[in-house]
Ligand binder design. Sequence first.
Ligand SMILES: Cc1cc2nc3c(=O)[nH]c(=O)nc-3n(C[C@H](O)[C@H](O)[C@H](O)COP(=O)(O)O)c2cc1C
Length: 325
Amino acid sequence: MWKIGNIEINSRVVLAPMAGISNSAFRRIAKEMGCGLVYAEMVSDKAITYKNKKTIDMLQMTEDERPIAQQIFGSDVDSFVEAAKFIYENMKPDIIDINMGCPVPKVSIRAQAGSGLLKHPEKIKEIVSAVVKSVPIPVTVKIRSGWDKDSINAVEVAKICEEAGASAITVHGRTRSQGYSGKVDLDIIKKVKESVSIPVIGNGDVVDIESAKKMLDYTGVDAIMIGRGSLGNPWIFKELNEYFEKGIIIPKPTPQERIDMIFHHMDYLKEIKSEKIVCLELRTHIAYYIKGLKDASFYKNKIYQTKSINDIILLLNEYRKELGD
Ligand SMILES: Cc1cc2nc3c(=O)[nH]c(=O)nc-3n(C[C@H](O)[C@H](O)[C@H](O)COP(=O)(O)O)c2cc1C
């Protein structure tokens, strides 16, 4: 058990915010698999202040996802505050998270939001303290190691965030220029952990027991955040919990369990999305769920041609038969 502010969290493994992925359906599955804390995908502060319907719809969350953090990206103090208040009052998440890691040019360069904020430490202080004052729940910040290799400033930024009242920091050990390439820098995560007294969540390239153990042991972080390693593999939360809590290595999911999980994921998606969107989103997830199984690319291609949920169900049932017991 560890805590962010007064929020108790019962596993050291956390789900990363992932745009287009970490919606309520995926988060519920992660929680069922033992994930300690889920981060909802980022929403734009401006879009919230304009009451953009698509953005407001993205805020959907269910009780079984708690504790949950809602992430916001932006660059303007007033919109950040207005968005945080709106989200707190309407959705009552347990935590508000501020995005200072998004590398997408539209966000980081044009809007000076996401990782663009890393270049403006004075603005970071202003934003974090204003958001902290505006809501009665913990505020966390997710950062990268820096803008580029010549301006690695995660330690400085983390200290500013702590001083401004942030309750925890997540560090993705890559610079903005690296995007998702290269290897995660565990040294910078370790340095941040040694520099602040609020909890630090280490993030980047955790995909299995070995990488999780390395992140925890080497950096000393309070928790680890998993993004891509959970795609098609929500079992990773259970695998890591069992290993860290009991020293047990659980068996990998069987092909049948993988197909069952797709149906389960589909049911949750159907609760929140239109049929068209369910089909589109599910395609991506199915590709991950079946990766490495017999005839996976054949079925992946067939699933990409489907136009209805019913077509997907028929194909999955056919695939399930082919995979046998
Ligand atoms: C598809 C995708 C969408 C992402 N969206 C967000 C986001 O909305 N907010 C954010 O802070 N990070 C986002 N990230 C970054 C992840 O949260 C995480 O920091 C990064 O993937 C490194 O962790 P990993 O190696 O475990 O995937 C996204 C990553 C991916 C792959």
